[in-house]
Ligand binder design. Structure first.
Ligand SMILES: [Zn+2]
Length: 326
């Protein structure tokens, strides 16, 4: 991200983004010469050779000569490294800029380079640059971002979380939770920050987000009641369950599963709220409090149209469940 931000800031500073958009491509590919990301995307078709950099642009053999002939590149002066193709070929300036007293690897690279370019003939047409990450060949910031993030790892349930029909604060919470970024005891401990000695709800096990939301005895009591109500008792999480893998297997993109996805989010959110009430407000840990929260929130979410399938609604059932056991 820093690379792209830096790139676009520089481009914007000299007005190049506008030119890229209007002309379809970089008029000076050398502007991007220090950015490997963009160098990989830009290729040049040489016409008169005045705008293409001889050493650093990809205009022959599919790569730039500073990569193909690294020994020769090291021998060049700063000015020689910046010459255009037209300047380099004029009176064989590129040969004179390399100098004499070449080592064996340098001689090999020189012969390879000479054999590649001795047949190059310039004409009167303008040089053309092509942005390789768009079929049109024109620069688009979106294509640069897409290429930059192409190799990133996506959580299996990431898209489903962000597309949940739920309040943003709950979606952010679920995103942080599945990525283990919530400030539970284990995370506080790793950062050397003050933290409770054990899980605030059960006071038995070390607290992690997976334990708090799935493996804790309090959480499992909540899940057992809810999943029984949903007709999904086999989903009951195990004591050592990992939140990310559990959610990834259950938060599904299927249309019919939207209410289940929202329901899972609501259970996690209410458990987290109760945990914070215990830690910060001195509330008494009790799984029935989580059920009360689910009842209240479930009614609100149903009235707001977030929970539509009555099978997965909390409004009419959870209250009865906890009141029976209270
Ligand atoms: Zn616990």
């Amino acid at each position: 991200m820093d690379v792209l931000n830096s790139l676009f800031r520089k481009a914007e500073a000299v007005g190049l983004l506008g030119r890229l958009a209007s002309h379809g491509l970089a008029q000076r590919a050398s502007f991007f010469a220090d950015d490997a990301l963009c160098r990989a995307a830009i290729s040049a078709c040489v016409g008169n050779g005045r705008q293409v950099c001889f050493w650093t642009d990809q205009w022959l053999l599919g790569d730039s000569f500073d990569n193909l002939t690294p020994c020769l590149w090291k021998k060049l002066s700063p000015r020689a490294k910046r010459v255009s193709v037209a300047e380099a070929l004029a009176d064989d300036f590129w040969i004179r800029s390399i100098g004499t007293d070449l080592s064996l690897p340098e001689i090999e690279e020189f012969l390879s380079l000479w054999s590649s370019i001795h047949m190059v003939v310039l004409d009167v047409s303008d040089d053309l640059f092509r942005w390789g990450w768009c079929n049109s060949g024109s620069f688009a910031a979106s294509s640069a971002y897409a290429a930059f993030f192409r190799s990133r790892e996506l959580l299996p349930c990431a898209e489903e979380i962000w597309e949940l029909r739920a309040p943003n604060k709950c979606k952010f919470f679920m995103w942080l939770a599945v990525r283990d970024r919530c400030w539970t005891t284990d995370r506080l401990s790793r950062r050397g920050l003050p933290h409770p000695a054990s899980c605030p709800l059960c006071d038995q096990e070390p607290e992690s987000i997976s334990h708090l939301l799935l493996g804790c005895v309090a959480a499992r009591q909540v899940w057992a009641l809810i999943l029984h109500r949903w007709g999904l008792p086999l989903w009951l999480p195990g004591i050592e369950e990992n939140l990310q893998s559990w959610c990834s297997a259950r938060i599904s993109p299927e249309r019919s599963r939207k209410d289940v996805n929202i329901g899972i989010t609501l259970v996690c959110w209410c458990t987290w709220r109760h945990r914070n009430a215990v830690v910060f407000e001195g509330a008494r840990p009790d799984f029935r409090t989580v059920l009360r929260l689910l009842d209240l929130e479930g009614v609100a979410w149903t009235r707001a149209g977030l929970l539509k399938d009555v099978r997965f609604s909390f409004a009419s059932s959870v209250g009865a469940l906890w009141s029976v056991r209270e």
